[in-house]
Write a protein that binds this ligand. Structure first.
Ligand code: TXA
Ligand code: MG
Length: 348
């Protein structure tokens, strides 16, 4: 793989933007901010550039990418028609954290979609992302800018940790406001289906599409013989080096598990909304609302590693609103290791 001196430049600075555009037009990769997480961008119409994304991330070739646009009109050449549902959703939620899946046109090389005849498209809200796409003058294919399997990056420093030497430039737009990736909505099947929950919640989509359903793999592991509708869902995800366990139960129950790990000589930590019940244990307080928790999750998973935490216990939350996106990521970070306290009977 080609080696680079990786530069970080302020995203909205004119010379940073022109350098990013020069690189994209030369078929190189650029890390850039969006409101959800940082993306690793390439010119979506340049097959060789797109292949570089898979190489830099170590991404399996059968996991398709999202194509980013900065004007609704730019959707039309990429897809084989836009149905009225997509138009309605776009007028309500674009620009924003919603990705929609359409039938792919020949403008998008098949490697972008990992050989599928569909394509995922998103119009991000972040002003630096929009400025970059408009200045580049082409749609930009971009997965999250982490190494495959790692938590998605929510700061330019996270991108640097994962991509140092692998890409020439990262545009720094500060911390991402949403903090988890976009909602992925498939409109190509019989019923509109959420394949990945995100910043546009299922409740919000329901107001426009009352028949929207949620894919089985959103909050449960994919059955061994099942075909993933979103290939990304079958891979281990968002995993820190620490072993994470999701706990459904009281703070006392969680604290007991923590204490038993400490007794074994392990470096343990707790991820929770409210730190008060946990006394002087090592606590990462990640916010009170599910929005805050979603924003904090990925950066906290990276902090666990920086602190050398070996085992972490995370409080489960409700799965309404942003809680669904939060729990979808947390369960994957935990490899679906869930510990439940049921009445006074404790199951493992
Ligand atoms: O917020 C986001 O969506 C970020 C920022 C950079 O825009 N991007 C992102 O991309 O999260 P990535 O590649 O990490 O996740 C894309 C997800 C994967 O789970 C992939 O399988 C799914 O979208 N996907 C992409 N194209 C698809 C398609 N044609 N059919 C089904 N799923 C698709
Ligand atoms: Mg990703």
């Amino acid at each position: 793989m080609k080696q680079y001196e990786t530069r970080i430049m302020p995203a909205m600075q004119a010379d940073a933007l022109s350098e990013a555009v020069r690189l994209l037009q030369a078929g190189e990769l650029v890390g850039f901010p969006t409101e959800t997480v940082y993306g690793l961008g390439a010119n979506a119409t340049d097959k060789t550039a797109v292949l570089r994304i898979f190489e830099a991330k170590g991404r399996p070739a059968d996991n398709p990418l999202i194509v980013h646009i900065a004007d609704f009109c730019d959707l039309l050449p990429l897809v084989q028609g836009v149905d009225p549902r997509a138009e309605q959703l776009a007028s309500r939620f674009w620009p924003g954290p919603l990705t929609m899946i359409f039938r792919r046109s020949s403008r998008i090389p098949s490697v972008v979609s990992a050989g599928l005849d569909t394509v995922a498209v998103r119009f991000p809200k972040h002003e630096a992302a929009q400025a970059l796409i408009l200045a580049a003058g082409c749609p930009i294919a971009a997965p999250s800018a982490n190494r495959s399997g790692k938590p998605s990056p929510t700061t330019a420093e996270h991108v640097y940790e994962d991509m140092k030497g692998r890409i020439p430039l990262i545009l720094d737009g500060g911390p991402c406001s949403v903090g988890v990736e976009s909602t992925v909505l498939d409109l190509t099947g019989e019923k509109p289906t959420v394949l990945r929950p995100g910043g546009v919640t299922v409740e919000m989509i329901k107001e426009i599409l009352p028949d929207v359903r949620i894919d089985n793999a959103v909050l449960a592991p994919l059955a061994r013989d099942a075909q993933a509708r979103s290939p990304g869902m079958k891979y281990k995800h968002y995993a820190p080096a620490a072993h994470v366990t999701v706990v459904r139960g009281s703070p006392e129950f969680l604290a007991e598990r923590y204490d038993s790990q400490i007794a074994l000589g392990k470096k343990a930590a707790i991820l929770c909304g409210n730190a008060a019940p946990y006394g002087d244990r090592l606590v990462f307080s990640i916010g009170k609302s599910s929005e805050e928790m979603a924003t904090m999750l990925f950066r906290t998973l990276r902090e666990l590693d920086e602190e050398g935490v070996e085992v972490a216990f995370a409080e489960a939350t409700e799965t309404d609103g942003m809680g669904m996106a939060f729990m979808n990521r947390l369960l994957r970070a935990a490899g679906f290791d869930v510990l439940e306290e049921t009445g006074d009977k404790k199951t493992e």
